[in-house]
Design a protein around this ligand. Structure first.
Ligand SMILES: Cc1cc2nc3c(=O)[nH]c(=O)nc-3n(C[C@H](O)[C@H](O)[C@H](O)COP(=O)(O)OP(=O)(O)OC[C@H]3O[C@@H](n4cnc5c(N)ncnc54)[C@H](O)[C@@H]3O)c2cc1C
Length: 384
């Protein structure tokens, strides 16, 4: 460990999209004495296991703003980072089955349009005309965001990591943070499996492990891991391209193209929180059932493989971003509740602004860590 440096201006715990984006933005502003500590390898946890969806169709205005900022970056990613993240802007088609969901969608669309998001509202007949393979018999309506889509989350994270490295950021893989040093209500640094690092600023970007990391600092952060399973079919050409990301909000089922097959997943509302990453064949059957219901032609597809990753969920499905008031120098970018990949570009930028300027270019108060239990706090309703 001859290269081990015991000091840094900023120590970032976690080498997923949040950690690498934050490091990149700090270094781009000239603060390059930054170290990322990653217990495993970069972008192998939630980021690498996610399905890469990128949308502006959120219910909460603050999430829409984060996504608008991020989409701009994804659209010019190759120019800035020299990496092709295969951003396929095939659109997101949200479907509502229940009348209440449809009414909520219409209210969301008003918010989205007021912020300049391009989004269409579609009748079942129009949906059927445009995507004839969808069963709309029980659908009340849908919303379609043509600039939404998906990209390769691993490549995006590596784009940030490599650019951050070029700007001087140190990345320590296979290095686990095991303690956080505190003194008089301030962080002083961290203890790792490879030795200590003294740092006046520590960033918790530990994804599903964010709650455990916060505990090392004596804090209780409401971020809970939940397994999410994804299944991919063998090559399947029976659905005409481009296939949008189709999200059935009431079934919490989704599918999209993943050349040459189709990728699909669903949430299980009955599954308790855990770090379990196994695939459950019984649940796979339920996902296939949902798929065949929504797109009957998928009955002819065969499953090639499946995998599971962890969502990092907060009680209101909104993230926690910013400095923890009672612990100076301890910043969080955690709890993205299933939509963190796409918010990574904006969150890294905002967190770098908070660390360097003590303010951000737009309001992130809805994401303050002390909001829970307070009145009038709206969470995110478009979660899958
Ligand atoms: C199946 C699935 C599908 C998803 N689909 C989407 C989607 O379509 N769109 C979208 O935007 N988001 C999606 N998400 C959510 C998204 O993946 C996450 O919100 C996002 O990747 C969070 O990034 P992160 O950097 O915070 O966490 P992570 O990528 O999990 O990174 C955290 C890192 O911290 C490291 N770490 C933890 N503890 C320590 C420690 N003590 N010491 C050192 N290192 C530590 C971990 O090893 C990990 O690499 C999906 C997630 C899953 C599981």
């Amino acid at each position: 460990m001859s290269h081990w440096k015991k000091k840094a201006e900023v120590a970032i715990i976690g080498g997923g999209i949040m950690g690498v984006s934050t490091a990149y933005h700090l270094a781009k502003r000239g603060l390059s004495d930054v170290v990322i500590l990653e217990k495993d390898l970069l972008a192998q946890a939630s980021t690498g296991l996610s399905v890469g969806g990128i949308r502006q169709q959120f219910s909460h205005p603050a999430n829409i703003r984060l996504s608008q900022e991020s989409v701009k970056v994804f659209e010019r990613f190759q120019e800035e980072f020299g990496v092709d993240i295969r951003f396929c802007q095939v659109g997101y088609l949200f479907l509502a089955e229940k009348q209440g969901t449809w009414i909520e969608f219409l209210a969301n669309v008003e918010t989205q349009r007021s912020l300049g998001v391009p989004v269409e509202t579609l009748s079942p007949q129009e949906i059927s005309r445009r995507w004839p393979y969808l069963n709309v018999s029980d659908v009340k309506g849908g919303t379609f965001g043509p600039r939404d889509g998906y990209a390769d989350p691993y490549q995006a994270a590596m784009g940030y990591a490599n650019s951050a490295r070029r700007l001087g950021v140190r990345i320590e893989e296979k290095t686990k943070v095991i303690g956080i040093k505190l003194k008089s209500g301030r962080v002083q640094g961290i203890e790792t499996s490879n030795g200590p690092i003294f740092s006046p600023v520590v960033v918790n970007a530990a994804g599903p492990w964010a709650g455990e990391v916060a505990k090392m600092a004596g804090l209780d952060l409401p971020v809970t891991p939940y397994r999410r399973q994804v299944f991919m079919t063998k090559p399947f050409a029976a659905i005409p391209k481009p296939v949008p990301m189709v999200i059935d909000q009431d079934m919490t089922f989704y599918f999209r193209g993943e050349d040459p097959g189709v990728l699909m997943g669903m949430s299980d509302p009955n599954e308790p929180s855990s770090f379990n990453l196994n695939i459950d064949r019984n649940f796979m059957e339920k996902v296939i059932e949902a798929a065949v219901h929504r797109a009957p032609v998928l009955g002819k597809a065969e499953i090639l493989k499946g995998w599971a990753g962890l969502y990092e969920v907060t009680p209101d499905d909104n993230p926690i971003i910013g400095e923890v008031q009672e612990l100076k120098g301890f910043f969080c970018a955690v709890g993205f509740s299933g939509h963190g990949f796409q918010q990574g570009p904006a969150v890294g930028l905002l967190l770098s602004q908070l660390i360097l300027d003590d303010r951000t270019e737009f309001d992130i108060m809805p994401f303050a860590h002390d909001r829970f239990g307070k009145k009038g706090q709206e969470g995110e309703r478009r979660v899958v």
